[in-house]
Design a protein around this ligand. Structure first.
Ligand code: ATP
Ligand code: MG
Ligand code: MG
Ligand code: MG
Length: 464
């Protein structure tokens, strides 16, 4: 089954079970300053879960475009490294607004996977929340699922869209890609490797978390589910990685053509193929590259893709040329991609032209610094200069550093930034407020950097 056919099969299945087909909402959340970008199918139904809005239906189904490149769910740093993460992906979801609850939600998911799609049952694993005896009982007694393939987890089985908002315990379905792939079952120490891949999350929406952390019960227990279209496509197409599905193979082939790369396996091609989707869809939904908030996230994504093309030896502007192949792959379901193709290309070409002026110089500065360096930490003043003079977002520098097993001196970078702020204050008149480069309408604050587990890498943290 092609990716587009799987999307349709999902929508049709739930429609035939009384669910209203609801179009994907925009990647820019409507009136929700707590959210950077739409990160799940339930976002557009947030107020329905909260009881603040009612609809003419109490069951819905959607294929929702999502971006996870900042905020609570941030997968930017995973792209190019894991088989299962994108910055842009489509989430298939069925929803119950005070209608059915755990038992039906689990039965729908099980039937869709094993009967409609015909997945082998013995490849499936399940998790439930530590406290959720009821969900475990349903899996075992009503479905007949073997107890030994169920694990009970804590944080991973409690879903929340952000620091506030609807949330609840969840039950997740995983697929075992087989012993050729390293990794352990959910809950084991190496479950983050890509053998057992999470495909579907069934959230039992029961609470509303407020800003002080307290959880109040929702008016009606509800259901929110999310399944990654690209992950289920990989399974049905008999491949391990999302990047091997029809849609991504087409985008990767186009990316290889436009940059003149011969090695189709290069991780940079995966990054480019991923980033053209998030870039083009964000632009379609009205975001433009810039220095603040959502615009800056888009700029970071685009510059990262452009740098990966440069790394593969691209000799001319290439990124905008991928809009046409993307529209060809996804334009049937998203006609706005075709309708806006010329505009999207112009915006991307503009960013490419702007970054091309400083990319080569910046890379030369970085190479010189690396050649002269003792140790494996790139000095903060170099990181700052790349940012300030050459337009390298810090996570772009970090991306390069990570490839070469270097890390960044973030305190040094902060100090250089602070010194610059002081200088611009003294100069009076025009000054760039560097803090504002990372804020989202005053809501997303830059909270610092974290060393991600194991890798020793520095990751910029944005909090909604
Ligand atoms: P993971 O643990 O693999 O990062 P998650 O637990 O963060 O996934 P959920 O928030 O539960 O994901 O989202 C529901 C579903 O959406 C997941 O089960 C998965 O199929 C899909 N999904 C989540 N993040 C991504 C992503 N970055 N790229 C592609 N699909 C994703
Ligand atoms: Mg995740
Ligand atoms: Mg997970
Ligand atoms: Mg999950």
């Amino acid at each position: 089954m092609k990716t587009g056919e799987i999307r349709e099969a999902f929508l049709a299945y739930f429609e035939s079970h009384g669910h209203q087909r609801v179009p994907s909402s925009s990647l820019v959340p409507a009136d929700d300053p707590t959210l950077l970008f739409t990160n799940a199918g339930m976002n557009q139904f947030k107020d329905v879960f909260l009881g603040a809005e009612s609809r003419s239906y109490n069951r819905a189904v959607s294929a929702q475009r999502c971006v996870r490149a900042g905020g609570k769910h941030n997968d930017l740093e995973n792209v190019g490294y894991t088989a299962r993460h994108h910055t842009f992906f489509e989430m298939l979801g069925n929803f119950s607004f005070g209608d059915y609850f755990k038992s039906e939600a689990i039965r729908f998911a099980w039937n869709f996977l094993t009967v409609e799609l015909g997945l082998p049952k013995e490849r499936l694993w399940v998790t439930v929340h530590l406290t959720d005896d009821e969900a475990e009982r349903i899996w075992i007694e009503e479905i007949g699922f073997p107890a030994e393939r169920i694990s009970r987890l804590d944080e991973d089985n409690f879903w929340q869209m952000g620091d506030t908002g609807p949330c609840g315990p969840c039950s997740e379905v995983f697929y075992d890609h087989g012993e050729d792939v390293p990794g352990g079952p959910p809950g084991s120490p190496d479950d983050d490797l890509d053998r057992y891949i999470e495909i579907w999350n069934l959230v039992f929406m029961q609470y509303n978390r407020s800003a002080n952390g307290e959880m109040a019960p929702l008016p009606k227990p509800s259901v929110d589910t999310g399944m990654g279209l690209e992950r289920i496509a990989a399974i049905l197409q008999g491949v391990h990685s999302n990047y091997e599905i029809d849609l991504f193979q087409a985008l990767i082939a186009s990316a290889a053509d436009v940059v003149g790369a011969s090695d189709r396996q290069a991780s940079s091609l995966r990054v480019i193929a991923d980033h053209i989707r998030s870039s083009a869809f964000l632009i379609t939904d009205g975001v433009l590259p810039g220095n603040e908030g959502r615009s800056y996230v888009l700029r970071r994504i685009m510059r990262r893709a452009i740098r990966h093309g440069n790394k593969l030896g691209a000799t001319e502007l290439f990124f905008h040329k991928l809009v046409a192949p993307l529209a060809e792959q996804m334009g049937d379901f998203y006609p706005e991609l075709r309708a806006q193709q010329a505009r999207i290309e112009d915006v991307i070409r503009g960013e490419e032209e702007q970054f091309a002026r400083t990319l080569e110089q910046g890379m030369a500065i970085l190479d010189d610094a690396l050649a002269e360096m003792q140790g494996d930490v790139i000095p903060g003043d170099v990181v700052f200069k790349l940012y300030d003079t050459y337009g390298f977002p810090v996570d772009l520098t970090n991306d390069i550093a990570r490839e070469r097993n270097f890390s960044l001196d973030m305190p040094g970078y902060e100090a250089a930034m602070q010194a610059q702020r002081e200088r611009s204050k003294e100069g009076g008149g025009f000054s760039v407020d560097y803090n504002s480069t990372l804020t989202l309408e005053g809501e997303t604050v830059f909270v610092g950097y974290e060393h991600s587990a194991g890798s020793g890498q520095v990751v910029a943290l944005l909090r909604d």
